[in-house]
Design a protein around this ligand. Structure first.
Ligand code: GRF
Length: 188
């Protein structure tokens, strides 16, 4: 399945997916990495792997988020993309784009949804005093972080954890979970 990955930053989940796709039986072929930030660190890594990249800064579009996404959508179609993995893409998508890709787009979120939707999940989990935290892969629907859950990974919250320590523990699980979820979704 010709698949695109959307990133905004370092792209460690993207890297984990691309590494997983080196297995001969992996059901996704990563053909395009999209970013709203032309300086995203992950873009150079993707290019060095021989993966096409498409970076389009959202800032010049101002409030016209749909025009930005229509150009991204055109790039996806030009590349014959059939499926999208959002991996640290820090923009809320328009209803228009979500509708174009409904049922063919998934996201990874660093919390056990439906808890801690949105940003700063690790800080908020510590503040709430939960004993368990983790990550969720879910279908993308119009509500932010609200689509149907595909898979979750849990980690313990340890005494004296900082948000950074917790983030590192969750991220290691994300890298395993995302590849497993892609396998699950594209094979069933
Ligand atoms: C990850 O924790 C992901 O779950 C969240 O943003 C972070 C992105 O990290 N949406 P990376 O760019 O994949 O390293």
């Amino acid at each position: 399945t010709r698949t695109a990955i959307f990133i905004s930053g370092r792209g460690s989940n993207m890297m984990a997916l691309v590494e997983a796709a080196k297995a001969p039986d992996f059901p996704a072929e990563f053909v395009l990495v999209v970013s709203n930030d032309p300086n995203a660190a992950g873009l150079a890594w993707a290019a060095a792997q021989g993966i096409k990249t498409f970076a389009l800064d959202h800032k010049p579009f101002g409030k016209d988020r749909e025009s930005h996404e229509r150009q991204i959508d055109a790039a996806l179609r030009a590349e014959g993309v059939e499926f999208i993995c959002l991996a640290g893409y820090l923009r809320v998508l328009t209803h228009w784009l979500v509708q174009q890709w409904e049922g063919r787009m998934i996201n990874i979120h660093p919390a056990l949804l439906p808890d801690f939707k949105g940003l700063h999940t690790h800080e908020r989990a510590l503040e709430a005093g939960v004993l368990e935290h983790g990550a969720t892969v879910h279908w993308v629907s119009s509500g932010v972080d609200e689509g149907e859950i595909i898979a979750q990974a849990r980690v313990p919250v340890l005494k004296d954890d900082t948000a950074e320590m917790l983030a590192t523990r969750v991220l290691a699980e994300e890298h395993r979970l995302y590849a497993e979820a892609v396998r699950h979704v594209l094979k069933s």
